[in-house]
Design a protein around this ligand. Sequence first.
Ligand code: HEC
Length: 151
Amino acid sequence: MSKVFITLAILVIALTTASFSGGPQASVTASDTPGDPQGVAADKGTGPFQNVTLAPPDKDKIKTGLSVFTNKCLLCHELDANKVGPPLRNATKTYSPEFILNMIVNPVEMQKSNATVKELFKKYNNVPMPDQKISQQDALAIYEYLRSVVK
Ligand code: HEC
């Protein structure tokens, strides 16, 4: 994919996602699911998610998550292959929930302040993941979806 196309894609995304909904962070209880972080995950990143406890998987949220993922993420992320950004199949096993959720709702700050994201930014051709003003609720739904696809 050419740089011009990527830049265009980012512009289109920026222009078409003007909606913003904050809302309080969901609070949930603990679980023990295969897709959950397995030891890597001390880094919480920067953003509104600082203390997420995971509930058992929720079918409705997974469905919502898939639909938001398809609309807002699939352009740049495959589950298993590099695209514009890294593959996300095992993201929830690799990073803490807070890191992933903050990356979804606060990517610009994450690029500025997070060492892991700075590395990824270099690795993925200096393309910044755009801030699409995803609500915390939608971010949590995407997280549920990502948790459900872990192999
Ligand atoms: C315009 C392309 C683009 C879009 C759209 C996009 N990303 Fe990204 N994403 C990237 C790039 C590139 C990186 C690597 C870090 C960077 O350069 O900012 C990244 C990094 C990430 C990371 C951290 C690294 C990792 O390996 O897991 C997560 C999590 C992530 N994206 C999830 C998402 C989700 C979820 C969405 C949809 C809400 C999304 N991204 C939308 C391009 C994009």
